[in-house]
Design a protein. Structure first.
Length: 256
């Protein structure tokens, strides 16, 4: 449990500054006041219109029309929010001159990394918990299937963990927080666009690019399908970039 002091320090730093509260407000406003209630209002209007035609009533599915869009939009908002949380983790330490102090603490690099990663992941979990009000509102007025909601949140946690791991790695490479944030954005956008380029390459290369698209692995979660392949992809992606971060920290230690 040597990582716990690092975890508490990082978590405290988020909530002792405006950044967490600003991101929470932005996250709730964009996903709720804008996208969710727009989609849900459209669904309710179509439901009222469909009462005159049973065929259209059977074709309406609140999970497909609202829940799936909600989680898809959450994923896009997280793409912009999480790099703002990870950009400072190591870059700020370097800029303030406290980076070297990390190597004098009686804890391993892996424990330091775990504390920082779990702190951001906790903030992510709190943001997702805040969004639970939207399915709650739906449950009061409609009858959504609970399983796609649960798998959707699991997918968000795994996707967010992958975002965080990549952002921490980039932050370990620079002392400039702005560069860390924009470099993370750039890499995430590249990963998002991999599936779009599949039509320009051969069949084998297209399949590989599609498998590397970090967002395509989310689709099965949003359908309520828990595919081991997608879970393993996110876990391996996260572990890979945490491993690279450890190598980055170790190289800094050896260089002094």
């Amino acid at each position: 449990m040597n990582w716990l002091p690092i975890y508490k320090k990082e978590l405290r730093s988020y909530f002792s500054s405006p950044i967490a509260y600003v991101l929470f407000f932005f996250f709730a406003a964009i996903n709720g006041a804008w996208w969710f209630f727009w989609d849900f209002q459209r669904y309710l209007i179509l439901s009222i219109q469909a009462t005159q035609n049973p065929y259209y009533a059977e074709a309406l599915n609140v999970n497909e029309m609202v829940i799936r869009n909600l989680f898809g939009n959450i994923a896009l908002v997280l793409l912009f929010c999480l790099p703002l949380l990870t950009m400072r983790l190591f870059a700020e330490e370097k800029k303030n001159g406290t980076y070297e102090l990390l190597f004098t603490l009686p804890i391993r690099d892996g424990e330091t990394l775990m504390g920082k990663f779990l702190a951001v992941w906790t903030v992510l979990a709190l943001m997702l918990a805040l969004s639970a009000i939207y399915p709650g509102v739906m449950a009061l007025l409609t009858n959504p299937e609970p399983w796609p909601i649960l798998t959707g949140y699991l997918g968000m946690l795994l996707l967010g963990g992958a975002f965080i791991a990549l952002g921490i790695f980039v932050s370990s490479l620079t002392e400039n927080q702005i560069i860390a944030a924009f470099a993370t954005y750039g890499l995430l956008l590249v990963l998002l666009s991999l599936g779009w380029t599949s039509g320009w390459v051969g069949i084998t290369a297209a399949a590989v690019l599609k498998d590397l698209n970090i967002f395509l692995h989310l689709q099965e979660f949003l359908k309520g399908v828990l595919d081991t392949k997608d879970v393993v992809f996110y876990l391996l992606f996260t572990l890979f970039f945490l491993f690279l971060t450890l190598r980055s920290l170790e190289s800094k230690r050896w260089r002094g």
